[in-house]
Design a protein around this ligand. Structure first.
Ligand code: NCD
Length: 357
């Protein structure tokens, strides 16, 4: 693999991604052949935000490959509670572990961590921004359940604004030929503009639809998501959005027999429990595919030898990112780094937030 870190799944080429999917399938079919592949390797999981599946599947993946695990799932039990910076934590852990999976509530944290880590960093979710290994989970599922990653009409429903799994999935699937996105949300929770720009600059297209029933007949895949309560400014705002879209048996009547229902989980109440018994529901098997996907990803990252190279710190821009949820807003020593986005607009290299010059 060319890249050292996986902050965004776009860090991988199509060939690399397809190789990882095929390797995940081979591990699933022949697990015993891989039970010593990472013997002697250590994974650190640094979870500054709650997680069940992502953290446990990373740990299980490393244990099943014969490796070991260290880390924390509550930063209050680490020196973070004493005020340690991300830079210092990562510098130290990068010296202990061979590979790091990090989850953090602020956007752009994994990109910042990658700047200071001697060991490869995997983004396990950075605020409402990206979640590449959930997308890996999703593409392993689609590859196996749909027979490929092209020419799919994919409905995404729920909190498309704050759902990092949605952003990562659209980014990746818009790089494959002939895909079309049906965005089902309230006007308040539609995808961020930068994601629409990504679709517009690809060969894929999108439509925005206000109701699940209206979207249902056209879909090959329905990707349901929960409303991201923890990303709302107030409980009242959350309540206004929660419960608007609920998938139940009745609504499924309008769907294709071959449609597949995915969900990154956790589910709150956006999928009725009776749907679990419909053969189109794939959200539990999706979690298993995810573990094999993470096993394959870590094997490829560890064997590529892209380790222990010195971090390169970039020169800082005079303007700071204006996204209050960006990691640069709290870790002030981080250099401000942008990409040109046309006109007077700059895109933050960490969080993809737009800042006017
Ligand atoms: C997702 C996440 O954390 O973004 N969960 C997961 O990793 N499987 C989705 C969510 O929390 O809604």
């Amino acid at each position: 693999m060319k890249t050292k870190h996986v902050v965004d799944l776009a860090d991988l080429s199509h060939e690399e991604l397809l190789d990882i999917i095929r390797l995940a399938n081979d591990i699933r079919l022949h697990p015993a052949d891989y039970s010593d592949t990472c013997r002697g390797k250590i994974l650190a999981t640094l979870f500054y935000e709650p997680s069940t599946r992502t953290q446990m599947s990373f740990k299980t993946a490393m244990l099943r490959l014969g490796g070991s695990i260290i880390g924390f799932d509550n930063p209050q039990n680490s020196s973070v509670s004493k005020g340690e910076s991300l830079k210092d934590t990562i510098t130290v852990v990068g010296g202990y572990a061979d590979i790091i999976a990090i989850r953090h509530p602020l956007e752009g944290t994994a990109a910042a961590a990658a700047m200071y880590s001697a060991s490869p960093v995997i983004n396990a979710g950075d605020g409402g921004h990206l979640h590449p290994t959930q997308t890996l989970t999703d593409v392993v599922t689609l590859y196996n359940e749909m027979g490929g990653l092209e020419n799919l009409t994919i409905g995404l429903c729920g909190d498309l604004k704050n759902g990092r799994t949605v952003h990562s999935l659209i980014k990746t699937m818009s790089t494959f030929k002939g895909n079309r996105f049906v965005l089902i949300s309230t006007p308040e929770l539609t995808v961020p503009q930068y994601i629409k720009d990504i679709i517009n600059s690809s060969d894929c297209g999108y439509v925005e639809v206000p109701s699940l029933s209206e979207a249902m007949p056209m879909l090959d895949v329905l990707y349901m998501t929960r409303i991201q309560r923890e990303r709302f400014a107030s409980e009242e705002e959350y309540r206004r959005q929660n419960g608007v879209f609920v998938l139940d048996k009745e609504k499924l009547r309008g769907a294709k027999k071959t449609m597949r229902i995915l969900h990154p989980l956790p589910r709150v109440d956006e999928i009725d429990v009776e749907v679990d018994y419909d053969e189109r529901a794939k959200y539990f098997i999706q979690t298993v595919y995810g573990m094999y996907g993470r096993m394959a990803l870590m094997i490829r990252m560890l064997e590529s030898g892209n380790r222990r190279t010195a971090a390169r710190v970039m020169p800082t821009h005079p303007i700071r990112c204006c996204n209050p949820k960006c990691i640069t807003a709290s870790e002030k020593y981080l250099p401000a780094v942008f990409r040109e986005a046309g006109g007077d607009m700059l895109l933050c290299r960490y969080c993809d937030g737009r800042t006017l010059v």
